[in-house]
Write a protein of this length. Structure first.
Length: 420
């Protein structure tokens, strides 16, 4: 019994926890035998007993808090990449000068109205440049789970809140600039991630460009150019020198040389004569070819190559599944530890003064304040910020995306991600 396979793009995911939630929801659908969601490509892959409509899939994904895009994955990646680039540059324009002012303020050069400056401009970075992070954290919150955006937003918001409280004359040290730095650094990581994904998408797009949109078909009353979707098995297709072969088939007549380097990796042209097999996407070089079509649409060799690459990039390997399980529990654990740390330092600050005096000899950046509240906030923020393990969830899928994309460019098709 043949299985039904479906691939689609999932929008709104920002970390491994998001991908796990979507995957878990898809697996619960009736008739689904296998479901895999890949964060790196923001794609999902389903195998089901019978055909499942995209509308039903969309409903399940939206109930999980995310969406499905109808845009081509390559165009979606390009759009995300451009947005991430703008957000990153905007955050740098504010964060870098603000950080310089903070350093001057720390070493004794008092900057007038500095807390008000970091309150206003820090708020712009956190709530404007970091709006996608806030959105990701909110989606997680309303669906009763956590993700990396949760850590980043809590950390940056806590920093900005100290600037607000300080400006309202509360006895607490301001960490407002740290909040902008957290967002800027996080956006840098997201930009690098999207850059790699955009690069991988371009490599797949290069293969898709090999697919012809039209074919010249020889009918009983002459030739006519028709859309490739209208070409059927058994049609006789004419391919002139310099044109890409639009379909898979056998040479019916004539002799020519064909460049198959983008398909097979072989740099030398292949000679094609009567009964020779030709592949869609290869380039006809010398003579006029008449080809009898034997494969069209999804059955064509090039379409299968593209599907195999997307399938390999969308599936998980065992070590990635292990990283996913670790990350699932990591975020709530860190939030609990940060709360315990902050409360412990607040309650025992006076008793720990001797320890702090000793450690400041080796780590002079440790906050020096008489306020136990300020130090407990410092401890809470430090624990949250230092613990964001984006690499844990991204390293493996990004390696698979880059690896399969580069392999395809070199003519090597890897069907199973575990083979890498």
């Amino acid at each position: 019994m043949s299985k039904n396979k479906k691939s689609f793009s999932v929008t709104g995911m920002t970390c491994v926890s998001c991908a796990n939630r979507v995957e878990s929801s898809l697996k619960k659908m009736k008739g689904v035998e296998f479901a895999s969601v890949n964060l790196a490509t923001e794609s999902a892959f389903l195998i089901s007993e019978k055909e499942i409509s995209l509308e039903n899939v969309k409903k399940v994904v939206e109930e999980a808090g995310y969406g499905i895009s109808t845009e081509p994955p390559e165009d979606l990646e390009k759009k995300r990449y451009q947005i991430a680039k703008k957000n990153l540059l905007f955050s740098y324009i504010i964060t870098i000068p603000l950080s310089v002012l903070m350093i001057f303020n720390m070493i004794g050069y008092t900057v007038p109205y500095f807390v008000l400056i970091e309150l206003i401009f820090g708020g712009i970075v956190i709530f404007y440049s970091g709006r996608e992070t806030i959105k990701g954290a909110w989606i997680a919150l309303i669906h009763f789970h956590t993700n990396m955006d949760t850590l980043i937003f809590i950390g940056s918001l806590a920093c900005w809140t100290t600037a607000l409280l300080h400006s309202l004359k509360f006895p607490i040290v301001s960490f407002g600039t740290i909040g902008t730095m957290i967002i800027a650094i996080y956006l840098t990581g997201r930009f690098i991630e999207l850059h790699l994904r955009d690069k991988a998408a371009k490599e797949i797009k290069a293969l898709i460009k090999l697919q012809a949109k039209e074919a010249t078909v020889i009918f009983s009353d002459g030739e006519d150019t028709i859309p490739i979707e209208a070409v059927k098995v058994g049609f006789l297709v004419l391919v002139k020198p310099g044109e890409r072969i639009p379909i898979d088939g056998k040479v019916e007549d004539s002799l020519s040389s064909v460049d198959e380097s983008m398909i097979s990796g072989e740099s030398l042209p292949a000679s094609k004569k009567k009964e020779s097999q030709v592949t869609g996407g290869s380039l006809n070089l010398t003579g006029i070819l008449k080809i009898r079509v034997d494969k069209v649409g999804e059955e064509s060799f090039l379409s299968q190559i593209i599907d195999l690459i997307k399938e390999a990039q969308g599936t998980k390997i065992l070590i990635q599944a292990l990283a996913d399980r670790i990350t699932l529990w990591f975020v709530p654990t860190i939030i609990i530890l940060a709360l315990v740390s902050g409360i412990s330092w607040y309650l025992g600050y006076n008793e720990f003064q001797g320890f702090l005096s000793y450690t400041r000899k080796f780590f002079p950046w440790i906050l020096n304040t008489d306020s136990s509240l300020s130090f407990s906030v410092f401890s809470f923020i430090s624990t949250i910020v230092i613990a964001c393990p984006c690499a844990l969830g991204l390293a493996i899928p990004m390696a698979l995306v880059s690896g399969t994309g580069l392999a395809a460019k070199k003519g090597l098709i890897i069907k199973n991600a575990e083979a890498i």
